[in-house]
Each structure stands twice: as structure tokens, then as C-alpha cells.
Design a protein around this ligand. Structure first.
Ligand SMILES: O=C(O)C1=C[C@@H](OP(=O)(O)O)[C@@H](O)[C@H](O)C1
Ligand SMILES: C=C(OP(=O)(O)O)C(=O)O
Length: 446
């Protein structure tokens, strides 16, 4: 069943100054992992601040289908985990909806179990490449019993009696691939090594260590990370407070920068250095973002952000920064549309395999709204129109992609003419509170 069968359009219009203080919902990456590791570890895990987006809730359902007990009491999620090595064979296919992270990490988690597991998803997820995860799993002894053409979902895995540890060099910058191999290693005797030439978000390494796994991370002279994990660890339940999602904070942040007169505070955003590439880039563009109350909570850096309207300048974004802001390029492109001069973004090959081909979706959305841009194979150049003159009036195709929907709604708040997105329903996959929080700040979205 597709929960989003009927598209629901939304329109954003030029707004009065945005003001107020908001807390964005919990980080999506940490929330998925909290449900997974809590469901796997022995004993009780308690989670506050969990992102209750559709993607994460589907991960919770999958863990329940494999034996975990998960319930919500007040503002807290309480999990009774099965114990590492003790997941049960699900009786029905696991439906991951729109979620790349949920599906790919779970393929790693269950792939090395001697059982059969089927993965299904929506039209967007069914187009996304899964071979990147299936290839290392096959090396570990996992059989892919069925898959759609090109190693796509729906697909069925059958684990071996005893998986083989491997040393695997991740061929693309992907935290999901790295994580899938590390999770497969949990049910594999011996030491599995993941070699990561380009560092990506490190939530899996940090959180697994917190749950009791033994991992060693070494960075060699070339900057390549070698992550060694011992198989079959005893994992025990933890208490987790999920920090605010910087990828969600990106939308009110860029909105406040673009709408004249705005002054907004975003409280409790995760500041893990593998996630702050957008803030670094916006600061280089001349953004007025104050980083306040820096603190560490549960092993993660956090801060409050005060963001005020700013005249932005175009910049060249270093391709090496891409993994640290990979989900933020659509909204960065929107910021660039209002900047003086040209913004050049390169090293964007991974954007082609997200919920949509984000490079193409962004370029078409900009063009539909009067912004001049050039789409290369792995790059995007945006020529800005300071003040937003001549921007807007178009309808953007979202292709079941929440970040495309939110980015172009932010664009409409500062554009000369309103901007419509063809479907707002997918926003609930990662940021269900988006509309209420934005309109609470004064955004005109209907
Ligand atoms: O590991 C994660 O939680 C994520 C990794 C990234 O995907 P890739 O690994 O495909 O880059 C990112 O785009 C996604 O939203 C979340
Ligand atoms: C790419 C994203 O998510 P996923 O890969 O989990 O679907 C995203 O949230 O922007």
C-alpha cells in the first residue's frame, strides 16, 4: 500500500520577517539507529527526542517484526531488545516506505542471520540502487534469493549458517554502505574491517561503541579510515537523548537568511562535524549565523543557532565537503538563487541516487522559477538574483522527495511570486512538524 497515493500540493508566498525560537525534531540518522540498536541489544533502551517521522517509524515496525518490543510512554520510547544474535525471522515482508537508511542498514543487520527476509518500499525506494549494500553482503556469504533488475527492491535475503568476516573498502562516500557492513559484522564471528577512503557521518561507529561493541578506528597518513569491529559482541540497552536534526534545521535556517528582517533561533541542533557542512558553507557566503551555547550531550556536540537575514555571496563549495552536507544541497541551491554571483557545487554524484535524482530535480525547480543554472554530470552552478527579483511563479515536481518539497517551499517565502510544489505529503517522512514550525515563525505556506 502506498500511504501517499494522492499528491497534496502546497504553495509558499513572500512572507513578513520570520521570528521566534524553535526546536527541530530529532536527528533522523540517530533515530533510525536508536530503534535498531535498542531493538537488538539485550535489556531496555529508553529514547527521548526521537524523530517520529514515517521513515523512522518504519524502522521501529521492522524491529518489532523481528522480536523487539517497542512502546511509547509519555514522551519516551521504551524498547526491550532481543539480544545480539537473536533477531527472529519476520513473517511478512519488511516495508521501508521511502527510507534508504532504514532499508539499507536493516539489510546489513539481518543479512548475516540464517533466515529469510524480504524488503519492500515505495516507488522512490524501489528505484534506488541496493547493489552497493548487497555486494559486500554477498562476500560475507549472504544469498540474494530475489531482487528486481539491477539489485533493486523488492528483494529477499537468505543468510548463511555462519557468515564470513571481510575487509571491505567502501567504493562511494556512503554512511549507509559503511553502516550496513558494520551491522552485518555484529552477527559474524571474527573481525570485520571497513575501509572508508572518504569520511562520512560517524553515528554508527559512535553509537555501536556506546551499546558495548568493540571497534577500533584508525586514520592512516592518507586520511583513509580503517574501522575494525569484533563480531558477536554483547550489546546492552542504553538511554539516548536524540539531538535536533541539522538536516531539518537547514530549512528554517535558510528561510531566515532569505526573508528580509528575519531573526530566528533554532535550539538544540546536532553539531557533529560530519554534519555541519551547510553551516560552514553559508558562513562563507556571508550568512549571519551565531553558534550559541555549544555543549556536549551523550557524546555529541550540540548548539543553538541564531540566524538573521543576510545578503549572501556566491561561493565555490569544496567537493570534499559533500559528505558532510549531502542532504543539504537542495536547500543550499535555493540559498544560492538569492546570492550575488555564482555558486558552484561539484562532487555531487551521490545526489543522483537519493529519493529522486536531486541534481536534476533541483535544476528543473530552479529553471521553473526563473533561476539560471547549469546542471553538469556531478555538478550544479547557480547564478543568483539578489533580493529574489524575478524569482517564482512556477510549480516544482517533487518526485516523492521530501527535501525537494521543503527546499522549494523555502524558496517561495522570499521569491517575488509564489512557488507551488506538486506534493507536500512526503515531508512527513523526515520532518512532520515542518508546516507548523514554519508557519509559527510567520511563513506563508498553504
Ligand atoms: O547513514 C545515514 O543515516 C544517512 C546517510 C546518507 O546517505 P548515503 O549513505 O547514501 O550517503 C544520507 O543521505 C541519509 O539521509 C542518511
Ligand atoms: C537521502 C535521504 O534519506 P534516505 O537515504 O534515508 O532515504 C534524506 O533524508 O535526504
Amino acid at each position: 500500500m502506498n500511504a501517499h497515493a494522492t499528491p497534496v500540493p502546497a504553495t509558499a508566498s513572500r512572507s513578513q520577517p520570520l521570528s521566534g525560537s524553535i526546536k527541530v525534531p530529532g536527528d533522523k540518522s540517530i533515530s533510525h539507529r536508536s530503534f535498531m540498536f535498542g531493538g537488538l541489544a539485550a535489556g531496555e533502551t529508553r529514547i527521548t527526542g526521537l524523530l517520529e517521522g514515517e521513515d523512522v517509524l518504519r524502522t521501529g515496525e521492522a524491529m518489532k517484526a523481528m522480536g523487539a518490543r517497542i512502546e511509547k510512554q509519555g514522551g519516551e520510547w521504551i524498547i526491550q531488545g532481543v539480544g545480539n544474535g537473536c533477531l527472529l525471522e519476520p513473517v511478512a515482508p519488511l516495508d521501508f516506505g521511502n527510507a534508504g537508511t532504514g532499508s539499507r542498514l536493516t539489510m546489513g543487520l539481518v543479512g548475516t542471520y540464517d533466515m529469510k527476509t524480504t524488503f519492500i518500499g515505495d516507488a522512490s525506494l524501489s528505484k534506488r540502487p541496493m547493489g552497493r549494500v548487497l555486494d559486500p553482503l554477498r562476500e560475507m556469504g549472504v544469498q540474494v534469493l530475489e531482487a528486481a533488475q539491477g539489485d533493486r527492491m523488492p528483494l529477499t535475503l537468505r543468510g548463511p549458517k555462519r557468515a564470513t568476516p571481510i575487509s571491505y573498502r567502501v567504493p562511494m562516500a556512503s554512511a549507509q554502505v559503511k553502516s550496513a557492513v558494520l551491522l552485518a559484522a555484529l552477527n559474524t564471528p571474527g573481525v570485520t574491517t571497513v575501509i572508508e577512503p572518504i569520511m562520512t557521518r560517524d553515528h554508527t561507529e559512535k553509537m555501536l561503541a556506546g551499546f558495548g561493541a568493540t571497534l577500533e578506528v584508525e586514520t592512516d597518513a592518507q586520511g583513509v579510515r580503517h574501522i575494525r569491529i569484533e563480531g558477536e559482541p554483547r550489546l546492552t540497552g542504553q538511554t539516548i537523548a536524540v539531538p535536533g536534526d541539522p538536516s531539518s534545521a537547514a530549512f528554517p535556517m535558510v528561510a531566515a537568511l532569505l526573508v528580509p528582517g528575519s531573526d530566528v533561533i533554532i535550539e538544540g541542533a546536532l553539531m557533529n562535524p560530519t554534519r555541519t557542512g551547510l553551516i560552514d558553507t553559508l558562513l562563507e557566503m556571508g550568512a549571519n549565523i551565531e553558534i550559541l551555547n555549544r555543549r556536549n550531550a551523550g557524546g555529541e556536540d550540540m548548539a543553538d543557532l541564531r540566524v538573521r537575514h543576510s545578503e549572501l555571496k556566491g561561493v565555490t563549495v569544496p567537493p570534499a565537503r559533500a559528505p558532510f552536507m549531502i542532504d543539504e544541497y537542495p536547500v543550499l541551491a535555493v540559498a544560492a538563487a538569492f546570492a550575488e554571483g555564482e555558486t558552484v557545487m561539484d562532487g555531487l554524484e551521490e545526489l543522483r541516487v537519493k529519493e529522486s535524482d536531486r541534481l536534476a530535480a533541483v535544476a528543473r525547480g530552479l529553471e521553473a522559477n526563473g533561476v539560471d543554472c547549469t546542471e553538469g554530470e556531478t555538478s550544479l552552478t547557480v547564478r543568483g538574483r539578489p533580493g529574489g527579483s524575478g524569482i517564482g511563479g512556477g510549480t516544482v515536481e517533487t518526485h516523492l522527495d521530501h527535501r525537494i518539497a521543503m527546499s522549494f517551499l523555502v524558496m517561495g517565502l522570499a521569491a517575488e511570486k509564489p512557488i507551488t510544489v506538486d506534493d507536500r505529503s512526503m515531508v512527513a517522512t523526515s520532518f512532520p512538524e515542518f508546516f507548523d514550525l514554519m508557519t509559527g515563525l510567520g511563513a506563508e505556506i498553504a
